[in-house]
Design a protein around this ligand. Structure first.
Ligand SMILES: [Zn+2]
Ligand SMILES: [Zn+2]
Length: 217
């Protein structure tokens, strides 16, 4: 099925193909050209959009991309740079969670090891089988020697897994829960050119911009 867009990598015509994740935009010169892009229901390609976030892993700019699991934010060097950010259901920035420290203290409910985390009200122990098991143990129930040794372990664990801080290009910190729409860079919205074979000379063909943020809503 032909599409109106020109391939941004080689300039050839594009077409819609079916893959295991549904319809997508593909270069007609595939496999010589491997350009492909996800599309919305109307067949408009969902192109990555630049966002005002510096990648904490490689220091480059990041972009909002889409996958079959929904939108996510990755470095422009993705997938070589592995760091990705997810969005919550309302398309707000979600900070990556620090992996918990697994202890050898047993869950009072199911016997599985408890995870130690630092909360707002101090360290707390929750079952590693959460959400299957909601078992917890109060920090106070540990004796003093245990508390001391697990606190030391937790501090070492936190140093090994520092919590990332997301920053804009000007260095200001981005709080968790910031709507991604506030971080989109206007200049970063890319659009595919219409292939000359599909250009109508009289009326300008201008498909409405489909942004990933819109598609996520
Ligand atoms: Zn191509
Ligand atoms: Zn449990």
């Amino acid at each position: 099925q032909p599409a109106i867009y020109a391939c941004p990598s080689c300039g050839a015509e594009t077409c819609y193909r079916f893959g295991k994740n549904g319809r997508f935009l593909s270069c007609t010169r595939y496999p010589d050209c491997e350009y492909a892009a996800p599309i919305n229901r109307e067949g408009v390609p969902l192109l990555p959009e630049r966002v005002d976030i510096v990648c904490p892993e490689d220091g480059s700019e990041m972009e909002l991309r889409s996958s079959r699991f929904g939108p996510f934010i990755a470095s422009v060097k993705f997938p070589e740079t592995r760091f990705v950010l997810n969005l919550d259901k309302k398309a707000n920035i979600k900070y990556p969670t620090t992996p918990p420290l697994v202890t050898d203290v047993d869950c009072p409910k199911c016997g599985a090891p408890l995870n130690l985390r630092r909360g707002k009200r101090g360290p707390w122990l929750g079952c590693s089988k959460f959400p299957k098991c909601r078992g917890r143990k109060a920090w106070k129930e540990l004796d003093e020697a245990q508390q001391e040794s697990w606190l030391t372990a937790l501090e070492a664990h936190e140093q090994k897994n520092p919590r990332v801080e997301l920053k804009r290009r000007d260095g200001s910190v981005i709080p968790e829960g910031t709507p991604v729409s506030e971080l989109l860079l206007a200049s970063g919205v890319a659009e595919l050119e219409i292939h000359p074979a599909h250009r109508k000379p009289a009326a300008k063909v201008r498909k409405p911009k489909a942004t990933i943020a819109q598609a996520a809503q």
